[in-house]
Design a protein around this ligand. Structure first.
Ligand SMILES: Nc1ncnc2c1ncn2[C@@H]1O[C@H](COP(=O)(O)OP(=O)(O)OP(=O)(O)O)[C@@H](O)[C@H]1O
Length: 257
């Protein structure tokens, strides 16, 4: 299943936020979206996920999602969006409650999602008893439970400390390794973008237009090796040079707002 941004423009009242954004996320592909603060990254993700109707253009998918997918486009949120009064297991089961699955089918799906996120031993725990990293694992397990074709992730690691971010990045790399699931990954963090994405869409400052689409010429598993670090840093600084001036302008604009 491909996800297509087809000439998307959006405005909130008089505020022009996105201007003619087009790109395709191919099956199993990970596309990062980077750009200065306020350039419309989260707005674009909401449009891609069908939460927001664009002022012009469209987000659409082509091709069939996997047969067992219960929600082809599934969000993973920065603030985890867990139900505090439910256990880990109940949070993961939540999106399955109104499906046709029997209780034992649901149990099997939840078991699988918990296993893939190393949460099997925490099924009876409540979110407040967990660290931030573990809470985000629950958010990821809940997303996996609906068998998405494409994960839509808005700064999924930004609330976490750097070591936890590194560990969860390893989890993402593992979960995405078989190519069964793709992702759109919105981030400010260029290190995350070069580590996880196959391609990086660089947006201009608001109204966000595509400045460039950068392909990362290494597999994700190659990028995890120690000797790849220098090359990744070079890619990161190349990206930074593309957005630096506009990031400074966007920052000044926020300060004067
Ligand atoms: N519902 C809304 N109504 C009005 N304006 C909005 C709404 N949502 C976002 N905006 C504005 O649209 C612009 C783009 O916001 P958006 O959150 O998409 O940008 P972003 O690139 O994700 O920002 P950041 O990098 O700071 O997270 C901002 O100026 C924001 O204030």
């Amino acid at each position: 299943m491909h996800l297509i941004a087809d000439h998307i423009s959006h405005r909130f009242g008089a505020l022009e936020v996105l201007d003619d954004v087009s790109f395709t996320v191919r099956s199993g592909e990970v596309v990062a979206i980077v750009g200065p603060s306020g350039c419309g990254k989260s707005t674009l993700l909401s449009i891609l996920g069908g939460l927001l109707q664009p002022s012009a253009g469209a987000a659409e998918w082509r091709g069939a999602p996997p047969a067992d997918s219960r929600n082809p486009l599934t969000f993973v949120f920065q603030d985890f969006a867990l139900l505090p009064w439910c256990t880990v297991e109940e949070n993961v089961e939540f999106p399955l409650l109104h499906t046709a699955l029997t209780q034992s089918d649901r149990r099997a799906v939840v078991d699988d999602a918990l296993r893939r996120t190393s949460l099997s031993d925490f099924r009876g725990t409540y979110p407040k008893q967990l660290s931030g990293g573990m809470r985000q694992r629950v958010g990821i397990a809940r997303a996996l439970a609906v068998k998405p074709a494409i994960l839509l992730m808005d700064e999924p690691l930004s609330a976490l400390d750097s070591q936890t971010r590194e560990l969860l990045m390893e989890d993402f790399v593992r979960l995405l390794a078989d190519g069964a699931m793709g992702a759109v990954y919105v981030t400010h963090n260029l290190e995350e973008a070069v580590r996880i994405a196959d391609r990086i869409v660089v947006l201009s400052r608001r109204p966000g237009r595509i400045r460039e689409v950068v392909s990362i010429p290494m597999t994700r598993s190659e990028r995890g090796e120690i000797h790849a670090r220098e090359r990744l840093l070079a890619l990161q600084s190349e990206l930074w040079s593309k957005i630096r001036e506009q990031a400074i302008d966007a920052e000044r604009e926020v300060q004067h707002a």
